[in-house]
Design a protein around this ligand. Sequence first.
Ligand SMILES: Nc1nc2c(c(=O)[nH]1)N[C@H]1C(S)=C(S)[C@@H](COP(=O)(O)O)O[C@H]1N2
Ligand SMILES: [Mo]
Length: 407
Amino acid sequence: MSGNLGGEMHVVPKARRRAEKSVRPRDGILKPLPNEWFQDHRLDGSGEQTAEMRWGSVDADEYLTPTERFFVRSHSGTPLVNANDWVLKIEGAGVERVVDLTYEDLLALPSVTVVKALECAGNGRVSFGRAHGTIPPGTPWSLGAIGVAEWTGVPLSEVLAPAGVRPEAIEVLAEGMDEARVRRPIPIAKALKDTLVVVAMNGRPLPADHGFPARLLVPGWAAIASIKWLGRLEVTDRPVSTPWNTETYALKGPDYPPAAGGRPQAVEGQVMKSALELDAFATIPAGSRQVTGRSWSPTSIISRVEVSFDDGASWRHATLRPPNLPGAWVRWHVPWDPRPGEYRLRVRATDLTGRSQPDEVPWNDHGYLYGGVASYTLRVVAGAGGATDEQPDPASDVGLTRSEGRE
Ligand SMILES: Nc1nc2c(c(=O)[nH]1)N[C@H]1C(S)=C(S)[C@@H](COP(=O)(O)O)O[C@H]1N2
Ligand SMILES: [Mo]
């Protein structure tokens, strides 16, 4: 693996790297974001470097999300890091000694490859608008802030071992090298259990936008924990506060009283969700078809998916299509033969733990973890060509973005 990856490093001279620091916000994502694959949220004024995968462009025959179609979410522009002089510093009161790990050192450690979802804490945020009348601030994600990839990396336990983790260790604070210096702690137990220091995505070195040369992957957790452009790991002997576990990425609101000590509850594990392989408010031709979609559980396997074509009055079981991997997703399909009209669809998944997507989810101020039943309004039109007329945008009242009428 190391030879293969080493041969494809992004080597960027220092001068250019410094120049890149002044990238304009609009240019903060480096990969192309074609409109048919992405909804570019940089254009909706939120000021964040975010691009959402369009579910209507998902290829039903591909289980993994291709890297070039994978959503991007960064708090500042993508930094270009030179792997040749990159070091990962491991330090803190929770380790015996400070260790500087080079890229070469990292690639020489034993690696594993896993297939897991990576999903933003705010994925599905617009659904709070449907359920509570207001969309919380933040990127107005529909359901496309998720992807499933094959990740190759070194278990964090192996990365920390040379530093000697002390019994007093409580948290591991991972820090990014981006301008925002995004950093967030994870409990030592999760760090040592299944967290990876990832160097490759879908069999290739991590692209710059996704964290080259190395990022964390914290399986089952909201993606804010999966720090990109990793530069430092501080193993602490006490709980750490950063803006990303106390101000944002924390659950706040009437239903989420702060824990002892006044600290809000940090967002940790993700929640089950479902999506159609259609854009929100898609327009589709009348007639017989298979409605396809995917459902996912942060830790488990999906055991059942039910779809309603009449706003919840009746439900049909979808047929699951393998693979069905824990912490990733399962594809499914259900036949439908609609006449022209407007339809409200709902999708509800259940996983092997017996949990199902609830009808609604209590409000939280940042709009995280909306795991309620997925709800769609679809327009079915006569003929095979799909819609050609422009209708008033039904998305505007909940802030959803109108699809392009793609399937
Ligand atoms: N250093 C750093 N890591 C980060 C972020 C960031 O802005 N900086 N964004 C986080 C958030 S909020 C998400 S959803 C994921 C997005 O990962 P992706 O862009 O590879 O899809 O990265 C996380 N890791
Ligand atoms: Mo995120």
